[in-house]
Design a protein around this ligand. Structure first.
Ligand SMILES: Nc1ncnc2c1ncn2[C@@H]1O[C@H](COP(=O)(O)OP(=O)(O)OP(=O)(O)O)[C@@H](O)[C@H]1O
Length: 255
């Protein structure tokens, strides 16, 4: 699926949160959105997954204006793993993952054997099958995050949006989550704070600062000392691993 945004602006009160964001995501690309706290990453992603209507601008999915799609049609194309997952009711893990099947069902249609099989497979993928009958609210932050990924997997969409997906996860599960997502071989748009993780997994990165894109390109090309200083106001040392052409960023503690 091609995801293209043109001049996305969000203004709330007097504040211009996004000032014309253009991105173009092609088939099976893993796109990172990076930038400091408050630069507009989540706001931009919310526009794409229709949690927020931009003040102006266009979002096209395969050249179709997203406003022409119903929410259900959008949910068949885009799933979301965000950092905030609060449920007021005492849902089981299985209930939460089954919610991923909702866009594929008619009103009042019961869950089928196929739905349960998809849920089991999704839980298996995130190593959480044994937690199926547990209450979601009793899980740790990291366990909850993996269940939310399983829900997104059960939704079986062409595009996955991740808003700081590795929040709460220890390093093993950060890598596990990113590996699972990478292997899906679908379009991914991910807001990522950890620049080393972004460099490892993203095909391309957009850098946001104060609601504008200030850089765009392959991780190795754009994640420079100068850019990190300019955008994050931090000194960094970047080394290149010639074996696999990846980079490693080490930060200076002095700010
Ligand atoms: N509903 C709102 N009303 C007023 N200001 C808002 C609203 N939503 C977001 N903002 C502001 O817009 C700016 C961008 O917020 P956003 O959450 O998109 O940033 P972010 O890059 O995702 O930040 P972080 O890295 O901290 O998660 C922030 O200054 C935030 O306070």
């Amino acid at each position: 699926m091609n995801i293209k945004t043109e001049k996305i602006c969000v203004k709330i009160g007097n504040k211009h949160i996004l000032k014309g964001i253009d991105i173009d995501v092609n088939k099976k690309e893993f796109i990172g959105i990076i930038g400091p706290n408050g630069s507009g990453k989540s706001t931009f992603l919310k526009c794409i997954y229709r949690n927020l209507k931009p003040t102006s601008g266009i979002i096209n999915l395969d050249k179709i204006d997203i406003n022409k799609l119903t929410v259900r049609e959008t949910a068949k194309k885009i799933s979301v793993v965000s950092q905030h997952n609060h449920y007021n009711f005492d849902f089981s893990v299985e209930d939460i993952v089954l919610m991923g099947r909702a866009p594929h069902k008619k009103m009042m249609e019961r869950d089928s054997i196929k739905d349960y099989k998809i849920v089991d497979e999704a839980l298996e993928k995130v190593n959480m099958k044994d937690f199926k009958k547990r209450s979601f609210t009793t899980l740790s932050g990291g366990e909850q995050q993996r269940i939310i990924l399983a829900r997104a997997l059960a939704q079986q969409t062409d595009c996955l949006i991740l808003d700081e997906p590795t929040n709460h996860l220890d390093i093993k599960y950060q890598l596990q989550l990113m590996n699972i997502v990478k292997q899906l071989n679908i379009e991914v748009i991910a807001a990522i704070h950890d620049l080393n993780i972004a460099a490892m997994y993203c095909d391309k990165i957009y850098v946001l600062k104060d609601g504008e894109i200030v850089a765009y390109g392959k991780p190795n090309e754009i994640l420079t000392k100068e850019l990190i200083k300019d955008v994050y106001e931090v000194d960094a040392n970047i080394t290149i691993n010639n074996e696999n052409n990846t980079i490693n960023i080490a930060y200076s503690p002095y700010i």
